[in-house]
Design a protein around this ligand. Structure first.
Ligand code: 5GP
Length: 118
């Protein structure tokens, strides 16, 4: 079961413009910005504009338009910021170590990344 969405989470505040972020892309469905604690030379986060706690919540509840729009935004941002490839990651739930309860997809790039990030 997914927790209820918490409007006070940090990415909700970034979406509302209440706290700053190094924004790189925005459209009707998605916002992308740099991670504050990068784990690769390029480390971006892409979040949907809708109130979804996680990938689990989003994939179950989002509309076709939101799913398509978010997916295309991730691809667009990755293409714009990436040289020879990239890695996508969506930590989902506490076992995966998800820290911020608003769906975010990490884009890691800018160097050979090795088999997996810890
Ligand atoms: P998670 O562990 O939930 O998959 O990832 C959360 C990510 O959000 C972490 O990589 C963390 O560095 C990043 N993060 C947390 N707070 C902020 C913030 O206020 N601004 C930005 N840009 N990134 C943040």
């Amino acid at each position: 079961a997914t927790r209820p969405y918490d409007d006070a989470n940090v990415f909700a505040k970034i979406l509302r413009g209440e706290i700053p972020a190094r924004r790189v892309y925005e459209d009707e469905f998605a916002l992308a910005f740099y991670d504050i604690a990068p784990q690769a030379p390029v480390h971006l986060l892409v979040i949907p504009k809708g109130a979804y706690v996680s990938w689990d919540d989003f994939s179950a509840r989002a509309s076709e338009a939101e799913i398509a729009g978010f997916t295309r935004a991730i691809g667009h941002v990755a293409r714009e910021h990436v040289g020879s490839g990239y890695r996508l990651l969506a930590n989902t739930g506490s076992d995966a170590g998800q820290e911020v309860p608003h769906l975010h997809v990490h884009i890691f790039a800018g160097a050979p990344l090795g088999p997996m990030l810890a």
